[in-house]
Design a protein around this ligand. Structure first.
Ligand code: SAM
Length: 210
């Protein structure tokens, strides 16, 4: 049974990673269409903007090694990262809550999770994470930040009361200027957090230590 699901997961992930290679072309088309106005989130409705395979594997390993059960994700897209997270909690007996702003993307993510036989490990919330996660009051063992970068810090601060010692926060795209405000916060609060740069500087892994 385990072997069958693992094969399924790999097949779905390979297909999605392959399809995500069309992102650059689709983004170029969106940029052309939006050249007379600033880009908006719906311009990214048809693109994955996913984590890499290496990142996915390291996130899954972190979850399993640290026996994380309560996992929260900001920014589902089509569910590539969610599949790695769900495969992690499948092995720890946990659950993922993930949230996606664009309904059509969330629906596609649910379909992809179902193809990977992982639906039962995930709750997908549709809407702005600041609203959809407001009522969440469970603990958080692992938080994955990968939605729009200006919301990393407000979302982190909203969920901070739910952290405990050893909570891990993985933030993607920390090489982007827009994540600077978040980086300043966690790198300044050294009495509460320790942070290391991982996955070739793409990610910041933060541990709550106090
Ligand atoms: C970088 S992509 C996520 C990629 C995904 N984590 C993966 O690796 O496959 C960012 C996603 O966050 C979503 N998003 C942006 N702002 C959001 C918000 N306020 N609430 C929920 N989702 C949001 C976007 O619609 C987009 O699909």
């Amino acid at each position: 049974m385990n072997l069958i699901s693992t094969n399924n997961i790999d097949t779905v992930l390979n297909k999605l990673h392959e399809d995500s290679k069309n992102d650059q072309r689709k983004i170029a088309e969106s940029v052309l269409q939006s050249s007379f106005r600033p880009m908006v989130p719906s311009d990214f409705e048809h693109v994955y903007l996913p984590i890499t395979k290496n990142q996915g594997e390291s996130i899954r390993e972190l979850i399993v090694m640290n026996q994380c059960k309560y996992v929260v994700e900001f920014g589902t897209s089509f569910g590539i990262s969610t599949i790695y997270l769900a495969d992690g909690v499948r092995q720890t007996g946990g659950k993922v809550i993930t949230t996606e702003l664009i309904e059509s993307k969330a629906i596609k993510a649910m379909h992809n999770l179902s193809n990977a036989n992982l639906s039962k490990y995930v709750e997908v919330k549709i809407g702005n994470a600041i609203q959809t996660l407001k009522a969440y009051n469970g603990p958080i063992d692992f938080l994955f930040l990968d939605g729009w970068k200006d919301l990393y810090l407000p979302l982190f601060q909203m969920l901070e009361p739910l952290f405990h010692i050893d909570t891990m926060i993985y933030a993607d795209n920390m090489d982007m200027e827009a994540t600077r405000v978040y980086a300043d916060y966690i790198l300044t609060n050294t009495d509460r957090y320790t942070t290391q740069s991982i996955d070739n500087g793409k990610g910041f892994l933060t541990h709550m230590v106090n």
